[in-house]
Design a protein around this ligand. Structure first.
Ligand code: TEU
Ligand code: CA
Length: 594
């Protein structure tokens, strides 16, 4: 009888809580609207540098296939693969010459099909890169387009007839002379290229171009891919009168040219059209924008569900911290401050507190290595700080993206010579700065911290020849620290960064509060500790991150009571005394609150 009553009580409590939960869900529908891509942890693979299967020094699809058990073992849900399409590799695949073919160095379409099915067998989804703001100048469309002013493909790109004079200045990200207009003598006209000369911008104002893009997307969705990461998608729409942009006009854009480029007149029309014509037809796919130039003020336009555009985008506010406004990618002498970092991440979390959804990353193929940029790659602190950064990345209210190799705490390679660099960005900035007579040594030093190639060196599988990446010399140098920083060593060490990373993914997966729960920043002015809570009411987790190499005493606010349930800790113990905790260098913990 007693047990029966007990069961009854349990059932009633259960039923009541169910009523409560569903009521809660209804009130905050958009806030806790569940989606696989909100709960997912995404692992980014830079195919050129992951694993080489045929000994030519370049990573490839068969290489990826051979490592899928490893990828699965991380506990991630999806892979975002940088471009693998046919390309002359002016910008490592971000210059595509055939959107329906695989880059020869990477393999064949048959390899792709095997890769996709092997991923799906393991429950891993595949997010492909979609690079359609521009194509390669070796794409058939551009080859035709430049032939004559009356060619049927002429309007696939932006041309400015030279008899109208020089077009109004637009800066290029990668051009060695700086301008986004390139004169082409064949038709006596200039074409637009926001990136390199070999990356002409597609003319999205032409409906035919948009239809081409939608048909490419369908081609890959029909093969079964699970989503796209859309390269500089906010740049697609242009004011085709190409007016003169005065410094005064640019003032409106605090983020400079990127913000201007991201503010084209028909951008949102096109995103809606893409949703209608493509994404809606594949209900479970994910649409992620690379949000270059997107501000907090217009964030919702891109991702609110009722806008029917994208699902989320990468913002650029954090990656710019600590860079000097004086020069291209020069680190500021003062560095960056934790208070500013907290501000940025808090703003970008809060903006989606009620509606929309965010993403978070600490490294990618355009960024230096996570631990060198945001942690401390001194061997004394590398492990603790990398673990701390993963605790941060995987406890925030946004979909986390992890860049290959960061799970080992791979570090910046810090090239001394320009000849070691492979990246068009660095190489062309070098030429540009040299032609302007700038002090190159300052830049070479700065780029040891910021250059993209730091994050593109081969994955360090083991301490053997070429770090187990390839049987021959790789396309870019291997970081010499591979002897001590490699997958093989970390696999067998329960205390390794790799195993901590796996554990932290497990913690996130086991505590949905870390996905959907409210985010609240504490102690915002503390220069060393990043402290915040996730969740609400009696269901809350406290995250404490010491971003410094000093031991820091942190006073627990009066209204917080730590439980004994520590979800994760990157040190063997947590020292508490009275109403304070003492955090070791780069210590990180997640603890449930009472
Ligand atoms: O990057 C877009 C972008 O805004 C870059 O200029 C970025 O800011 C820069 O790389 C930072 O150093 C995307 C891709 O992620 C990048 O790899 C490509 O080179 C670029 O587009 C052109 O496709
Ligand atoms: Ca290869």
């Amino acid at each position: 009888m007693k047990t029966l009553i007990g069961i009854k009580i349990i059932i009633t409590v259960f039923a009541l809580s169910f009523v409560f939960v569903s009521d809660y869900a209804r009130q905050t529908e958009s806030k806790s609207d569940k989606k696989w891509w909100k709960e997912a942890v995404v692992y980014q693979i830079y195919p050129r540098s992951f694993k080489d299967s045929n000994g030519d020094g370049v990573g490839d699809l068969q290489g990826i296939i051979s490592k899928l058990d490893y990828v699965k073992s991380l506990g991630i849900d999806a892979v975002w693969l940088n471009p693998i399409y046919a390309s002359p590799n002016d910008d490592n695949g971000y210059d595509i010459s055939d959107y329906r073919d695989i880059m020869k160095e990477f393999g064949t379409m048959a390899d792709f099909d095997v890769m996709l099915s092997e991923m799906h067998k393991r429950g891993i989804r595949l997010i492909m890169d979609l690079v359609v703001n521009h194509s390669s100048d070796e794409h058939k469309w551009f080859k035709e387009s430049r032939k004559s002013r009356t060619n049927p493909y002429r309007d696939y790109y932006h041309w400015w007839p030279a008899e109208k004079g020089k077009p109004a200045f637009r800066p290029s990200y990668f051009d060695e002379e700086g301008s986004a207009w390139r004169y082409d003598s064949i038709t006596n006209a200039y074409y637009l290229h926001y990136f390199s000369r070999k990356q002409p911008d597609l003319n999205w104002e032409n409906p035919k171009v948009r239809q081409e893009v939608y048909s490419i997307m369908k081609f890959w969705f029909d093969k079964g891919v699970d989503g796209f990461r859309m390269d500089v998608i906010p740049f697609i729409s242009k004011d085709t009168s190409f007016p003169v942009i005065t410094p005064d006009m640019l003032k409106k854009y605090t983020g400079g040219w990127a913000e201007y480029y991201a503010d084209g007149p028909h951008l949102h029309e096109y995103l809606k059209e893409m949703r209608r014509e493509v994404l809606d037809k594949y209900p479970d796919v994910m649409a992620l924008g690379e949000g270059a130039g997107v501000t907090l003020a217009n964030a919702h336009k891109f991702v609110d569900a009722d806008r029917k555009e994208l699902d989320m985008f990468f913002h650029f506010d954090a990656v710019g911290l600590g860079l000097s406004p004086k020069g291209y990618k020069l680190p500021d002498d003062k560095g960056w401050s934790l208070v500013d970092l907290k501000k940025v991440y808090t703003k970008w979390s809060d903006v989606f507190a009620q509606k929309g959804w965010g993403s978070i990353y600490l490294g990618n193929h355009d960024q230096p290595r996570m631990v060198s940029r945001w942690g401390n790659d001194d061997p004394a602190y590398r492990e603790a700080s990398a673990k701390m950064l993963f605790t941060f990345l995987l406890s925030m209210r946004a979909t986390p993206y992890v860049y290959y190799g960061d799970e080992l705490g791979m570090t910046n390679i810090r090239f001394n010579n320009i000849s070691d660099y492979r990246d068009i960005e660095t190489l062309n900035w070098y030429k540009l700065l040299k032609s302007k007579g700038e002090d190159i040594s300052v830049y070479l030093k700065g780029w040891q911290l910021t250059a993209r190639d730091n994050g593109r060196t081969p994955f360090q599988w083991d301490a053997g020849t070429n770090a187990g990446f390839s049987t021959s010399l790789p396309w870019i140098k291997i970081n010499p620290d591979y002897i001590t920083v490699n997958e093989h060593l970390q696999e067998n060490d329960p205390q390794s960064i790799l195993n901590y990373f796996r554990k932290m993914i497990h913690v996130r997966k086991g505590n949905k509060i870390l996905v959907y729960g409210d985010y609240k920043l504490l102690d915002k002015d503390n220069p060393q500790v990043y402290a915040f809570t996730r969740g609400s009411g009696s269901n809350r987790v406290l995250v404490l991150l010491n971003f410094s190499k000093e031991t820091v005493v942190w006073n627990i606010p009066d209204d917080l009571k730590l439980s004994s349930h520590i979800l994760i800790n990157n040190y063997p113990e947590l020292k508490t005394f009275g109403h304070a905790v003492s955090l070791n260098a780069y210590q990180a913990i997640c603890v449930e609150l009472k």
